[in-house]
Ligand binder design. Structure first.
Ligand SMILES: *[C@@H]1O[C@H](CO)[C@@H](O)[C@H](O)[C@H]1NC(C)=O
Ligand SMILES: *[C@@H]1O[C@H](CO)[C@@H](O)[C@H](O)[C@H]1NC(C)=O
Ligand SMILES: *[C@@H]1O[C@H](CO)[C@@H](O)[C@H](O)[C@H]1NC(C)=O
Ligand SMILES: *[C@@H]1O[C@H](CO)[C@@H](O)[C@H](O)[C@H]1NC(C)=O
Ligand SMILES: *[C@@H]1O[C@H](CO)[C@@H](O)[C@H](O)[C@H]1NC(C)=O
Length: 382
């Protein structure tokens, strides 16, 4: 009788252990731009569009730094009153392996006020305590710092050292709560050298989400590819040459095109002169930028000539010019990240993927990253 109970008990324990989710594969980090809520018609995106099973980390953008040097919502009506944070974090019930992060900063929140916040132990403490309280209150699993960038854009040279202190003090405080600390980092070696003591921050940061896109920025005078793999490899090598832990480096990819107006419609190769950013898309409404689904609309019009190179694709029609990745490029980049033993991949952003499935399966870019990762993991287990 006792024997039977013990055996039954063991079977029960084993089957429970067997059901424990394994959450240790490569990272698939998904940035979510909360303002996509305000896009209209087929561009409208909300939290119910997120497939929480395709991501390991979901990142809500953006919160900001307020006049008191504390973290704060930039859109309290959406984030709090309408329940944005709450709904977002409830997705963890669907995927128990999912970790959620709140991002603070971004390009539009600037650099100067972050520089001031990081410049003394007292102001860092005020920020860290406010962030801890905020993250715990809204049930996120950590903070993603998108200060763009220390010692740049109005910051001061001391930001570099102070940033190391900020992440050190923050991680020490966060560890007690088992919270993650990550950053989004740029590609320019010039900015990187000024902004971060990479070897020093390595210890305190769980992941660096490498913004490996906009290699040709919107204000470029000549056309160029958005995220060429040959350049990306150099950026990754740079991080690794600074003794940054591979497993903490996560390779970002864009789900959008950069666009330009050509100076002369007959001169449409790489390196052609531009007159400025391309026309805004009908849904995302930002000059020089088209979501993946908007660029597919252009390609589907059959007006565009397309040139697919190893490092990315470009298309042009009259004086309109756009550069983007095809699914093969996403696959190649994912394989590269995994071959290099990096932490995984990241997508900016899931709301500019073809989330309605207008041009094929829903969330085709994210699904491509997910499937490529799964195939890779399965191949390396067997
Ligand atoms: C989310 O988007 C869907 C599809 O457009 C829409 O039916 C739904 O009402 C939206 N939800 C919210 C909360 O806006
Ligand atoms: C941080 O930066 C400020 C300059 O604004 C400097 O005075 C301070 O000593 C730096 N370091 C520390 C440890 O806070
Ligand atoms: C683009 O051209 C403008 C005007 O000729 C010049 O001031 C600027 O430096 C150029 N930008 C780049 C990135 O070369
Ligand atoms: C496509 O782009 C490559 C790289 O710039 C170039 O060498 C090639 O001539 C282009 N092909 C066409 C058909 O324009
Ligand atoms: C991803 O894999 C699933 C399952 O094998 C498959 O049904 C789906 O078509 C794949 N999608 C893409 C975009 O690769």
């Amino acid at each position: 009788m006792n024997w039977l109970l013990i055996v039954l008990g063991l079977i029960l324990v084993n089957s429970c252990v067997g059901e424990e989710p394994k959450c240790d594969g490569p990272v698939i980090a998904c940035y979510y731009a909360s303002w996509s809520y305000y896009r209209t018609e087929v561009g409208h995106y909300n939290i119910s569009h997120i497939d929480p099973n395709l991501c390991t980390h979901l990142i809500y953008t953006f919160s900001g730094l307020n006049v008191d040097g504390k973290i704060d919502s930039l859109d309290p009506n959406y984030d709090v009153t309408k329940g944005g944070y709450q709904y977002f974090n409830s997705l963890k019930q669907i995927n128990p392996c999912l970790k959620t992060l709140l991002a603070i900063g971004g390009w539009n929140d600037g650099s100067r006020k972050y520089s001031v916040m990081a410049s003394s132990e007292d102001s860092r403490k005020v920020f860290i305590e406010s962030a801890l309280r905020y993250i715990v209150t809204y049930n996120f699993d950590g903070l993603d710092i998108d200060w763009e960038y220390p010692a740049n854009r109005g910051g001061i040279a001391e930001d570099k050292e102070n940033f190391s202190l900020l992440v050190k003090e923050m991680k020490e405080r966060f560890s007690k709560w088992n919270l993650l600390l990550t950053i989004a980092a740029p590609i320019s070696q010039y900015i990187l050298e000024k902004a971060y003591d990479i070897a020093a921050i390595n210890k305190y940061i769980d992941y660096v989400f490498l913004m490996a896109y906009d290699y040709t920025p919107t204000d470029s005078n000549v056309t160029g590819l958005i995220a060429p793999l040959d350049e990306i490899k150099k950026t990754v090598e740079f991080w690794l040459s600074k003794q940054f832990d591979k497993k903490k480096l996560v390779l970002g990819m864009p789900s959008y095109a950069r666009t330009f107006v050509l100076d002369n419609e007959d001169d449409h190769d790489l390196g052609a002169l531009t007159e400025g950013p391309g026309l805004a898309g009908p849904y995302t409404k930002e000059a020089g930028f088209l979501s993946y689904y908007e660029l597919q609309i252009n390609l589907a019009s059959q007006l565009y000539e397309e040139n697919v190179t190893d490092n990315g694709a470009y298309g042009y029609y009259s004086t309109e010019w756009m550069s983007y990745d095809t699914l093969d490029h996403y696959i190649a980049k994912t394989k590269y990240a995994l071959d290099m033993n990096l932490g995984g991949v990241m997508l900016w952003s899931i709301d500019t993927d073809d989330f309605t499935g207008f041009f094929g399966p829903k969330n085709i870019i994210l699904t491509t990253l997910y499937n490529t990762t799964q195939d890779y993991v399965n191949r390396h287990i067997n």
